[in-house]
Design a protein around this ligand. Structure first.
Ligand SMILES: Cc1ncc(COP(=O)(O)O)c(C=O)c1O
Length: 465
């Protein structure tokens, strides 16, 4: 096949000619609220280039990424080893996705992934976090022969219909009913779990060991006790490690923080992609897979057209190799401890700063009612308009003035969540803590631009009601 000469398609030229239309195109053809929201916050930047934990704009300004594409960029952007693996897999011209053969890469990735959870035996590869969860829900139901799944208040497991049925926020669920008849319990509520299990129709409990919304960890001992109860009632424990997995919390999986926890199904996605190729993986016990795929007739009973594709598998293998070579999990733990300690030391200094929590490089910074009269009236004004506006007031100057990208950890929450690439070190910790302190100094000043912006947010919130 001829591989030179004009093809009629030139990506570089297309980007050069039409890249500047990005916001307009989005407004016209995609979710128009995204550019609207970005413009409102002054987040409508044009980033030209990215590497590791940084982006750069056209003027060469660097931006520190403390969001990692919602956790997808575990190794940072454009890791050279992952990138090379992708070039290599394309150059290999593999006979991929024939669907009626067994390719080597999925088996190798499954083997390598399973080495991190020795109590599990098999893997199903899909294409996203929500698909990993859907798989776990289906497998739990089929293997136990029961219908009902339990999930936790404030849980987030993805937004397709099955995952939405185990979402613990009405904001996501409203208007999409009827969903699956699953049941919510509070994170850590063993009595509620016991009560629901007694009804005899529960297939399993799906849980994030540390919830993405608000960065709340399951109380110590809960996962272990829940596992025992579930097993006693012939139900399964599903750990959703889509966000917390692959080193994010300073262990390979967050459930490993607690001894004796051995979930029956584990959902993985995000960082396994290397930031390049969407992937989801559902790891599980042999008996569960053996029940789902119980006969040759059932070979395709659960499958996905793009599942196990060579690019995703190559990226995943490269990610796991890099994590070992660069000791990424240990770095996440060490750097996370440092960042949390430095932030926790500010709690006494700033009355609006109430708590710093989390594990590894998954950190929640919670704001709350100040003690002084001067700040309290301003705080009350914000709260009356909409909860979460103060956290927004912090996130905006962090980007505008200090070029650091962060996010508010969910609607109506006064919590900022930090989930930076796991490759950050002391330099990035210093930069973040210095910038955050400067923003908090401004906030405690009580006057100035920051509270002017707060008043603008209040007006918008009231107008949006
Ligand atoms: C814990 C958890 N589960 C599932 C998902 C869904 O993943 P995806 O967006 O790849 O469908 C997310 C995404 O943020 C998540 O944080």
């Amino acid at each position: 096949m001829k591989d030179d000469g004009p093809t009629g398609f030139d990506l570089a030229r297309l980007l050069a000619e039409r890249g500047a239309e990005r916001y307009e195109l989005h407004t016209r053809h995609l979710n128009h609220q995204l550019p609207r929201m970005l413009r409102t916050l002054g987040f409508d930047k044009v980033y030209e280039r990215a590497e590791g934990a940084y982006f750069w704009d056209a003027d060469g300004n660097d931006y520190l990424d403390m969001l990692a594409g919602f956790g997808v960029m575990g190794l940072g952007r454009h890791h050279p080893v992952v990138r090379k693996a992708l070039h290599d897999v394309l150059d290999a011209s593999l006979a991929d996705l024939t669907r009626f053969d067994c390719q080597p890469l999925p088996g190798l990735l499954a083997e390598r992934l399973l080495a991190h959870s020795p109590h599990l035996d098999r893997v199903f590869f899909g294409n996203s976090g929500t698909e990993a969860v859907e798989t776990a829900l289906k497998f739990a139901r089929y293997a136990t022969g029961r219908r009902r799944i339990l999930y936790c208040t404030h849980a987030f497991h993805g937004l397709t219909t099955g995952s939405l049925s185990v979402n613990g926020e009405s904001g996501f669920r409203d208007g999409f009913a009827p969903l699956l008849p699953d049941t919510e319990i509070a994170l850590g509520d063993l009595d509620a779990l016991r009560r629901e299990l007694k009804r005899g129709d529960v297939a399993g409990l799906v849980v994030e060991p540390i919830q993405g919304k608000g960065v709340h960890a399951a109380p110590p001992g809960f996962l272990r006790a829940a596992q025992e109860l579930l097993h006693r009632h012939k139900a399964v424990l599903i750990a959703d490690e889509v966000q917390t997995g692959l080193g994010r919390t300073g262990d390979f999986y967050a459930y490993q923080h607690e001894e004796g926890v051995e979930p029956d199904l584990v959902c993985v996605a995000k960082a396994l992609s290397g930031g390049y190729v969407p992937v989801g993986a559902t790891l599980g016990k042999d008996w569960i897979f053996k029940r789902v795929y119980s006969s040759m007739d059932r070979v395709l009973v659960h499958s996905a057209s793009f599942g196990s594709n060579a690019q995703a598998m190559a990226a995943g293998l490269a990610v796991l190799a890099v994590m070992e070579d660069e000791e990424t999990v240990a770095n996440a733990r060490r750097t996370g401890d440092l960042l949390r300690e430095r932030l926790a030391a500010l709690v006494g200094r700033y009355e609006l700063l109430h708590e710093v929590r989390g594990r590894g490089l998954m950190i929640g910074i919670e704001f709350g009612r100040p003690s002084s009269l001067k700040l309290r009236s301003r705080w009350t004004m914000l709260q009356a308009a909409r909860k979460g506006l103060f956290a927004q007031m912090v996130v905006v100057p962090l980007l505008q003035r200090h070029r650091i990208l962060t996010q508010v950890s969910g609607d109506h929450l006064e919590v900022i969540k930090l989930i930076p690439p796991l490759v950050i070190g002391e330099r990035e910790v210093d930069r973040f803590v210095t910038a955050f302190s400067a923003v908090m100094d401004d906030a405690h000043d009580g006057g100035g631009l920051m509270w002017d912006f707060g008043r603008t947010l209040v007006k918008q919130a009231v107008a949006n009601r």
